[in-house]
Write a protein that binds this ligand. Structure first.
Ligand code: ZN
Length: 364
């Protein structure tokens, strides 16, 4: 299956300049080509990306000799992207937009028909040359790479083919309760604590935002301060994502079946305080990662019915409480008298539900 990979580049000043020049070239050309398209259309002509590319190559490009210093792949892909953008538009999508500096800075390059070999932390990119990454790349061959800019750093992105591998699974089925106190509680008793990356950096973020407010709008210092704020936000997102990747990989690799509850049921979003906490957890990101990793590692992915009362039910005897307050951290059953951690109880209910659902699906 095809997997996407994006990672931060470690660049020297010269390379940063080269990236910015290419991205600037891409933006400059895209905005011009889009304008030509709109103008030609208004004049009753039928523009296509190919016609515009021919016009550009023969009449415009020769007037800008600086372009020969940059990779010609940038402009090949620019017109290809324009073609795709209008195809999307004709199929009911939005009209292609002009690109803004610092927001839509990216470009695509390839090796002119040959593939690009990726492996480890050093990579030779066509035209750009050797670049480093902070994390090792998966060993693979790709047709093209996308270089993009985000909050002061350049990123390398590509899609690569990965074979499905089914590792030896140690355990059969696991129910996962996503919570606020701990990120995830598994039905086998394992607990993944919550990192709260937002809270960790909240003070720092507040300080940076204060400093940004004091800067004169539009000044160089204001730009610098804004970049720092964006970086702090990105760091929060990166910590969260990284931690979620560890959790979802562990689940998909070690269990034959994973059961989670439908995200909508929790009713958590109704509670304001909880809403912030759940947003902090990135539950949608969790589900997205778990879904594709289960496909990758041959794991069954089961989502419990949205009305299933995973918290109110006793996982031991099946008794269902009328209500359960949020602050009740221990589930005490009024019927069989057992008492069990609230999150563990919910996780066990989910695993029981999954086991039953699987049995039903094999029977009929
Ligand atoms: Zn009970």
């Amino acid at each position: 299956m095809l997997l996407g990979f994006t990672t931060k580049l470690k660049l020297n000043n010269q390379q940063c300049t080269a990236m910015a020049q290419h991205a600037g070239y891409r933006r400059w050309l895209w905005n011009r080509a889009l304008l030509w398209w709109s103008t030609a259309y208004k004049e009753g002509l039928k523009p296509t990306a190919n016609k515009l590319k021919k016009f550009y190559t023969n009449h415009v490009k020769p007037r800008y000799p600086w372009q020969s210093q940059l990779s010609s792949r940038v402009y090949q892909y620019c017109f290809q992207d324009l073609d795709n953008a209008f195809k999307k538009f004709f199929n009911g999508g939005g009209y292609p937009r002009f690109k803004k500096r610092g927001v839509d800075d990216s470009f695509t390059i390839d090796n002119g028909g040959k593939s690009i070999s990726l492996k480890g932390v050093r990579t030779k990119l066509p035209f750009i040359g050797w670049v480093s990454t902070y994390e090792p790349l998966p060993e693979c061959q790709v047709k093209k790479v996308i270089i993009s800019y985000r909050a002061g750093d350049w990123y390398l992105g590509f899609a690569y083919e990965q074979e499905r591998t089914v590792p030896q699974k140690k355990q059969d089925i696991v129910g996962i309760d996503l919570g606020v106190k701990s990120l995830a509680t598994l039905s086998n008793g394992e607990v993944f604590v919550n990192l709260h990356p937002y809270r960790l950096t909240e003070r720092k973020l507040k300080r940076l935002q204060r400093s940004l407010r004091r800067k004169k709008k539009g000044s160089a210092n204001c730009l610098k301060a804004r970049c720092k704020v964006a970086k702090a936000h990105r760091r929060v997102a990166d910590i969260r994502k990284d931690y979620l990747h560890k959790l979802t990989s562990y689940l998909a690799k070690n269990f034959k079946t994973v059961v989670i509850e439908d995200l909508n049921i929790s009713g958590m979003m109704a509670n304001h305080k909880l809403a912030k906490a759940t947003a902090d957890l990135g539950m949608h990101e969790f589900r997205r990662q778990l879904d594709y990793k289960c496909q990758l590692y041959g794991t069954k992915f089961v989502v419990a019915d949205r009305w299933f009362p995973s918290s109110k039910m006793c996982s031991h005897c099946g008794y269902i409480k009328d209500s359960l307050l949020l602050e009740e951290r221990v589930y005490k059953c009024e019927d069989c008298g057992c008492s069990i951690d609230r999150d563990l109880n919910a996780a066990r209910n989910l695993s029981n539900w999954g086991r039953l659902a699987l049995r039903k699906s094999t029977e009929g």
